[in-house]
Design a protein around this ligand. Structure first.
Ligand code: FES
Length: 150
């Protein structure tokens, strides 16, 4: 089995083929940006993009990811072009506090901006509603999404 992760083909060893995508990313491939929060699809910390759409990697069997385009927070920045505008806006607005939820929020924000280049507050809130942040960064998240949209 091979996966398309951040634009690269990755061979998945047989021992990992019955796992959830999150564990393959973190433990097998060393892509530790996506986090394990709740493990049951509720917190959003594990969110990655599957064919450009946010998905909870803690729930997704790796077999279901085969043949699809997986993008993690590590894959948002493009070689030679620096950070993705959302990543740069996150830094400029000093969004992260503890940082645990941020990778999931960033990829979800990138997907939102791809769909809605100039989103409203309501669209931002709706897109990020499923991302729990116990530090209360929601206002800075909203500001960063608006900054990235400029
Ligand atoms: Fe996947 Fe919480 S760890 S949604």
């Amino acid at each position: 089995m091979e996966l398309d992760i951040n634009g690269q083909r990755q061979a998945i060893a047989p021992a990992w083929r019955d796992e959830r995508l999150l564990w393959v990313l973190r433990e097998h491939l060393g892509l530790v940006g996506s986090k394990h929060g709740c493990g049951v699809g509720q917190c959003g910390a594990c969110t990655v993009l599957v064919d450009g759409v946010p998905a909870r990697s803690c729930l997704l069997p790796v077999s279901a990811a085969a043949g699809r385009r997986i993008t993690t927070v590590e894959g948002l920045a493009s070689a030679g072009k620096g950070l993705h505008p959302v990543q740069q806006a996150w830094l400029d607005e000093r969004v992260p506090q503890c940082g645990y939820c941020q990778a999931g929020q960033i990829v979800a924000a990138a997907a939102l901006l791809h769909e809605h280049p100039v989103p409203s507050d309501a669209q931002i809130d709706a897109a990020l509603a499923g991302h729990l942040c116990r530090c209360g960064t929601q206002q800075r998240v909203r500001a960063a999404v608006h900054r990235a949209a400029r």
